[in-house]
Write a protein that binds this ligand. Structure first.
Ligand SMILES: [Zn+2]
Ligand SMILES: [Zn+2]
Length: 307
């Protein structure tokens, strides 16, 4: 779907974006907000449940693993290898997390690295403000501008293209399994609540990881290393490390930088399901002896209303 709002004509070769309530609330964003509303109504209707909360929390790290190992470290950056069957299975399981197709995700994310915090970056807090970098980029019609065609290295696999096109099917099947096994209770907590928490956990890397934390490497963007975000995203919070050296699967560069996705991939490598799990070369990792200065702090862009 072509962008229908939130974008102004090109100015000096740079696309100028403006936000309005329609950036956040439009026909395309209804499923996104619908998941939030259904989660809230479901919890209200069924009542708070410790077992439900435990189910959502237990599923969170498993599903986050597929976000970081699948969408990010494999399909966006190709930082480890697996078999052709393995990558198709990974694509399917990754899309149970309901963050659209793996090829769309990879195209969008590669664009972020190309334009990091410069005009044109799809989700930069510096350019568009906090709420836009957190959810607005995803609800705006312009989120559909990136297409699978931009990932030629992945579109050569027809099975990946097919899975990418069926973007919500794996998630719907996951929801159906939960319902069949645990009824409405499992569906509400294991799918709706779990998915909404997972979304916002993932989005902290687009928003908070470019605002709060330390900068070890003087990258040209605002990326930060943040131990708390690294814990809740299974290692993605070492975002300054990642922007500095994107081809490393390991994002916690030192032993004290906890990177649970990397540890899990190491375990999968040990049993032979994945291989060539890439690490940062020592001379690159240790290239900076002292902390890099923060990028010039830009005043946050105006916060757009949600509705
Ligand atoms: Zn990345
Ligand atoms: Zn980033």
């Amino acid at each position: 779907m072509a962008a229908a709002c939130g974008r102004a004509p090109h100015a000096g070769g740079v696309e100028v974006h403006t936000s309005s309530w329609r950036t956040y609330l439009n026909r395309g964003s209804l499923p996104f907000w619908g998941m939030h509303v259904t989660a809230a109504i479901g919890v209200a209707a069924l009542g708070f449940s410790w077992t439900g909360l435990a189910l959502a929390l237990a599923l969170y790290p498993i599903r986050m693993f597929f976000v970081t190992a699948g969408y990010h470290r494999y399909f966006s950056h190709r930082t480890f290898k697996t078999s052709r069957v393995g990558q198709a299975v990974l694509a399917f399981l990754t899309q149970t997390t309901m963050q659209r197709g793996v090829l769309w995700w990879a195209a969008t994310h590669r664009h972020h690295h190309k334009m990091s915090d410069e005009p044109g970056d799809i989700h930069s807090p510096r350019q568009r403000g906090f709420w836009y970098s957190h959810v607005g980029w995803n609800t705006a019609p312009s989120s559909n501008d990136r297409t699978a065609r931009e990932c030629r290295d992945l579109t050569k696999y027809p099975e990946l293209v097919a899975i990418d096109r069926a973007k919500h099917l794996p998630g719907i099947l996951f929801a159906a399994v939960l319902f069949l096994v645990g009824g409405a209770h499992a569906l509400v907590w294991g799918f709706f609540v779990s998915t909404v928490i997972l979304w916002h956990g993932t989005f902290t890397i687009n928003s908070l990881s470019h605002v709060f934390g330390r900068r070890r490497y003087a990258t040209t963007d605002d990326s930060r290393n943040n131990w708390f975000l690294a814990l809740i995203t299974l290692g993605e919070g070492w975002h300054n490390n990642h922007h500095y050296y994107q081809s490393s699967c390991r994002q916690g560069f030192y032993w004290w930088e906890i990177d649970l996705t990397y540890y899990a991939l190491r375990a999968l490598a040990w049993v032979g399901l994945v291989w060539d799990v890439r690490e940062p070369p020592r001379h690159i990792r240790d290239a900076v002896a002292s902390p890099a200065p923060a990028a010039p702090a830009a005043p946050p862009a105006p916060v757009a209303p949600l509705a």
